[in-house]
Write a protein that binds this ligand. Structure first.
Ligand code: GMT
Length: 372
């Protein structure tokens, strides 16, 4: 098939999923055309059957704001026409599904539009209700819609008046990249005195509650000699760093900023912690699991679809911070429990979320929509 893919190409789970999907589809013989504003950050090498079409945003003295959605629609239209796309798969309803709709109209129909909902495209409506009709329109006008979790499917159905079916296709991981490797030198750099290592990875947006992670860790490290490795960057980083200073735990925390070597870093971690207020899926949880790192997280959104409580880690209900701390301490002080959770995580990542399991679901979905 000839498949176009549009996503936000900078840091972010949806961009990772879209790029890895394109790479996997090309390996399976499909022709893949990325239509994005910059090269997706996970697309580092030249891969056969993958083409990149840059969306350039025009500036003009009259334009107070750059018309990205229109430039995107124009580029999509061009790629649909000259590359004879069968499918245009957009990740994020706003504005991608709307631009795709316009591009399809410009070409007189033909191409099938598939929209994948990632979560924040739906929750953004909460911050500005004016987005509701346009998001709803984008979903309704798509030929096929997928959601990255059952939880997101349910919240979409609750929030919008959607009449078309939405298929749940979970996010996936490359288990040949995300596996645990021995890295004693790195471990020693982070925890020179043999401390346990906790890891938190996110884009440090308010929804991730990184400050809560720091506060929880301050309590954990009083009981278990440990270090907190924070990976990523974003608007809440300054607040989290200040909390470390206020709590007197700077010597126990390491802010690494944005990093590419995620599997290598996860390989030295003993526990992954997530305090997100909401998470439609939680890619970093799956990445941790696949690298044999047990997870403790608040039970929100799609996270319970990835981790089964007591099997690959612990799910904390009702924002119970005492229970969160207690669960972390339990895992960090019980080697047998730790080994059991870690093993189960690797197995579950491989059996339920590996690319080999999920990519065929996307291919089958594309076929169904193209033939409809
Ligand atoms: O919240 C983020 O980290 C960014 C956002 C995105 O679009 O990249 O993430 C959303 O999509 C990811 C990929 O499907 C999911 O793993 C994240 O859970 C989801 N974020 C939220 O729901 C807050």
């Amino acid at each position: 098939m000839r498949i176009g893919i549009t996503c936000y190409s900078s840091y972010g789970g949806s961009g990772v999923v879209a790029t890895e999907l394109g790479k996997n589809l090309s390996k399976k013989g499909h022709e893949v055309h990325f239509i994005t504003s910059s090269v997706p950050f996970r697309l580092h090498s030249f891969e056969g059957q993958i083409y990149f079409h840059e969306v350039k945003v025009v500036t003009y003295p009259l334009f107070e704001h750059q018309p990205y959605a229109l430039n995107l629609a124009a580029k999509m239209s061009e790629v649909i026409k000259y590359n004879k796309l069968d499918v245009l798969h957009v990740h994020y309803a706003i504005p991608h599904a709307i631009s795709a709709y316009l591009a399809k109209q410009l070409n007189g129909g033909g191409v099938k539009i598939i929209t994948t909902l990632h979560g924040t495209d739906i929750t953004v409506v909460g911050s500005d209700p004016a987005f509701l009709p346009v998001t709803e329109f984008g979903i309704e006008q798509s030929d096929g819609v997928t959601s990255v979790s059952k939880a997101l499917y349910e919240s979409t159905m609750k929030e919008f008046n959607i009449t078309r079916p939405i298929e749940v296709i979970h996010n996936f991981i490359d288990i040949n990249e995300f596996y645990r490797r021995a890295n004693p030198e790195m471990r020693k750099r982070i925890a020179p005195n043999g401390e346990k290592i906790l890891v938190h990875i996110s884009n440090f947006r308010p929804v991730k509650r990184v400050d809560e992670i720091v506060k929880l860790f301050a309590r954990i490290q009083k009981v278990v000699p440990s270090k907190l490795m924070l990976i990523g960057d974003g608007p809440e980083r300054g607040k989290a760093e200040k909390s470390c200073r206020d709590l007197g735990i700077c010597d126990h925390t390491v802010f690494l900023g944005k990093q590419n070597a995620i599997p290598e870093l996860l390989s030295v971690a003993d526990l992954s912690v997530c305090a997100s207020e909401n998470e439609s899926f939680g890619m970093t949880i799956l990445e941790a699991m696949s690298c044999g790192v047990p997870v403790v997280a608040y039970k929100v959104g799609g996270i319970p679809e990835i981790i089964k409580d007591g099997k690959q880690g612990f799910m904390i209900t009702d924002n119970d911070s005492d229970k969160f701390v207690e669960s972390c301490v339990r895992i960090l002080t019980n080697d047998d429990l730790h080994a059991k959770l870690a093993k189960s995580g690797v197995e579950r990542a491989g059996s339920e979320f590996a690319s080999d399991v999920i990519i065929p679901k996307y291919e089958a979905f594309y076929r169904k929509i193209v033939e409809s």
